[in-house]
Design a protein around this ligand. Sequence first.
Ligand code: ADP
Ligand code: MG
Length: 693
Amino acid sequence: MDELNKPVGEINFYCRQIQKKLKNLGLATIRGLLFHFPFRYEDLSQIKKIKELRPNDIATIKATVDSIRNFKSPKTHKKITEVILHDESGIIKAVWFNQWYLKDRNIINPGDEFFLVAKTNSSYELVSPEYEKVSENPTHCGRIVPIYPLTYGVSQKQVRTAIKFALPFIDFLEESLPEEIIAKNNLLGIRDAILNIHFPSSPKATKDTVPTSMEICQRARERLAFDELFLNQLKNFWLKNELKNKKSYPVIFYEKETKDLIAKLPFKLTLCQRKSSWEILQDIMEPYPMNRLLNGDVGSGKTLVAGIAMYNCALSKLQSALLAPTEILAKQHYDTFCELFPNIKIGLVTRGNKITNYELLITNKKQLSQFIAGNSDIIIGTHALIQDNIKFKNLALAVIDEQHRFGVEQRARLSSCQDGDRYPHLLSMTATPIPRTLSLIQYSDLDISLLDELPQGRKTIKTIVVGPEKRFPAYEFIKKQVDEGRQAFVICPLIDESDKLGVKSVTEEYKKLNEKVFPDINIGFLHGKLKSAEKEEVMQDFKNNKIKILVSTSVVEVGVDVPNAVIMMIEGAERFGLAQLHQFRGRVGRGEHQSYCLLFPTDAPTRRLKEMENINDGFRLAEIDLQLRGPGQIYGKEQSGKIEFRLADMNNMFLIKKAQNSAKEILAEDLKLKKHPRLREYLDTELQKIHLE
Ligand code: ADP
Ligand code: MG
């Protein structure tokens, strides 16, 4: 058996004794111990002289034991161990409580030299200090000391000691990175890295050129962070390459028809819409599947770019499908496409809505979805479309709108609703701005098209964070806008876990606004519990300006186009990420009137929220979010689960780039990783995990 996969108990008697406790911490094998990294360090390397100690100092001293005695406190009857020590500068007393074994088991003996770490009290005594016999290579004192994540029942000292005992096993650790990558990126070798991430070596500090312990430790962490990033990139590129071995329908580019379509539009395409459309059209001409992300701010016109590709599929006598996260969005896309492509057979499949723009030759309701999927050239749907094992005829392109709203599994299902051995080309769309670093990490297995300019004529939206004292003036302002004929959105955060569909939060807010604040204004509401026909009706009434103020949850149905809505008011604004707030904001400012985004925090406004007033760039806001809150918070567990690294920092573009380039170079030279069996083995296990998902 591989030495490193042996249970920790095999190391020695000490580790065997605490084996169970370590297991509770997830540390079962020797390898597990070696790869259990400290999350911070304490610098206990500076040794003070006894004479230099001041009351309440936290310090390490190095002193020799003169005497040790056990006794019971006459007053409290506590068991006390008292030790007198000296160094060349003076004498000090140290005391421990309930630890008579220190003397009884000869752990501390006169003549021994010890490191002691503690806070001195007002009478210059050390109370319950950490102690360790002086040696060349101490573990807990007199050095930079690693601090580990723990669980209940196991102490810092135990984990540290066990890891120290495991360290000699690094001789069995094989280098995971190819030599040339280590050399080129000036990285520590794996053994050096593991040694120094736990116990940074203290070099003889003679010349200035010698790195300090902390610098070596930093390099160790960097090397291991590099591993995480490099393997992540390698996997992504590998997946990307794998696509070339799969088959899909090549779509013909109908140049004249496409130009005619564009010429008929009431506006000119933006430059980036043209560029993105062309990138997509070129990709889908290939006989292997595209995997592309279309990333553009709210309102940047992604639907049309997808539409152009879907139109070419239809002209090529191939099917395409568009998956939207909500019924209302799906219906809106359906209406848009029916208008754009009157001569194409288009069908809509949602839970509550199954309609086509051509004659439905079927009466059996149960077979409706299958009929639509089998006979339409363009199919638009929600989750319902991928739930009932629906078979397409010849699906060439699958488009996923607001892709972050779909789970990994759902996306996989759509992209693999195979037609024989063919996979559809996959276009994912998102308005969530993704910072550069994150897109390199998470999305380097796909190609990205960016819509980074908005269509002309969009006005900047005025954003104001409204403190509690300004709430009533703000309501007055909204009333005035409505009196002038405009409309408003009100977004409510979910109140608690039990309110997943937002029923409670929306109903409460609706009641308040309807009865108390705006009794004369017609207000509507949307939440997840409403039937699709009800939602539809509310949305229609809002579009037609019958409803003036629409109260809605954050997750439901705001992806709609209502140019007359000029106010986006958000309650509990601090609960949302900046990028998400930016997306809500994008729902207004689509018409000719000046628009406003009013952010109502629950308490006093935070600085983070204030950024919204000045920054209009979604990417910038997403970067701030990423720095302040980390990827898990912003993109949700589902999205970021696979990108939580233990060491790598999402904001370290420099290291991410280095890792990416290295992965590219390795694969460019050795696509099958024949010369790097260990990397190949790693990938095989990783990919197996993905396929099992
Ligand atoms: P999103 O990227 O948020 O999905 P949409 O595709 O819904 O944006 O487009 C928003 C609105 O902008 C739609 O009404 C669409 O017709 C319009 N639009 C799209 N492209 C342009 C353009 N180049 N010029 C002006 N308006 C455009
Ligand atoms: Mg959209």
